[in-house]
Design a protein around this ligand. Structure first.
Ligand SMILES: [Zn+2]
Length: 251
């Protein structure tokens, strides 16, 4: 049973990841996510089911459009694969159905934000506004933490990021502030604060390595969303253990 569910949820993640690619690319442009149907950005040919199988189409087509031969961005299959693996991970890691679904919702938000940030360097308000009522409703049905901790989490995420945005003068955008308020609402205070610290740590770490390797120049803006995803999901899935381990060192 376990194996069958694992495969189902991996495939579900592949399919949703494919949809999140579309959402993350079209919403910042103000386009509909339904029409026009997916097409090759070079030759405009409408994609058929053979081109749209998540992960596998890219492999079979060797990363090229079947008609015009232009390169397909590897970001698409990477996003699909990542979503699938994270959905599977949430299933394997969760101790209840509610916790698994909560993980999936958080992963979904972070993946869409990642696609938008990689492609357009923005976190669209529209995406955050869609997730707000879904998160509130989910929290009412599945209260994984007390209601006041959700409010405190939202306030903590907002205030911490707003303070950093003010101090750094544009190093942190308004989108990040709203995103962390939304994450705090969903995860509660401890996890959003730890999630931000880990995001900043991962961002700084990779930033320094990339600079040393000459991949980016000083002051060149790099998308923060990959590190937000890494930091927040690490905090979400391992935060409780990390915090109790840390406290055990103190006492
Ligand atoms: Zn083409």
């Amino acid at each position: 049973m376990h194996t069958i569910f694992s495969i189902y949820f991996l495939i579900l993640g592949f399919i949703l990841g494919s949809f999140y690619n579309v959402v993350g690319l079209r919403v910042p442009e103000g386009q509909s996510i339904i029409t026009p149907p997916s097409h090759c950005p070079s030759c405009g040919r409408r994609l058929t089911i053979r081109d749209l199988v998540p992960v596998f189409s890219y492999i079979f087509l060797k990363g090229k459009c079947r008609t015009c031969g232009s390169k397909i961005s590897p970001v698409y299959p990477i996003i699909e694969l990542t979503t699938g693996l994270l959905f599977l991970f949430s299933f394997l890691r969760a101790t209840s159905v509610g916790a698994m679904l909560a993980g999936w919702l958080l992963i979904s938000l972070l993946i869409i934000v990642l696609v938008s940030d990689l492609a357009k360097m923005i976190i669209p308000d529209k995406v955050l506004l869609w997730f707000l009522p879904i998160f509130i409703l989910f929290r009412v049905i599945v209260p994984l933490q007390p209601w006041w901790d959700s409010l405190l989490g939202a306030a903590s995420g907002f205030l911490l990021l707003a303070a950093i945005a003010l101090i750094s003068r544009g190093g942190m955008g308004g989108g990040d502030v709203k995103l962390f308020a939304l994450i705090g609402l969903f995860t509660g205070t401890k996890i959003v604060l730890l999630g931000f610290m880990l995001s900043a740590f991962f961002g700084a770490f990779f930033g320094i390595i990339a600079m040393m390797l000459g991949l980016v120049k000083r002051r060149q803006p790099i998308p923060f969303a990959p590190f937000i995803m890494l930091g927040v999901l690490t905090a979400y899935f391992f935060g409780e253990q990390m915090i109790s381990f840390y406290l055990s060192l103190l006492y």
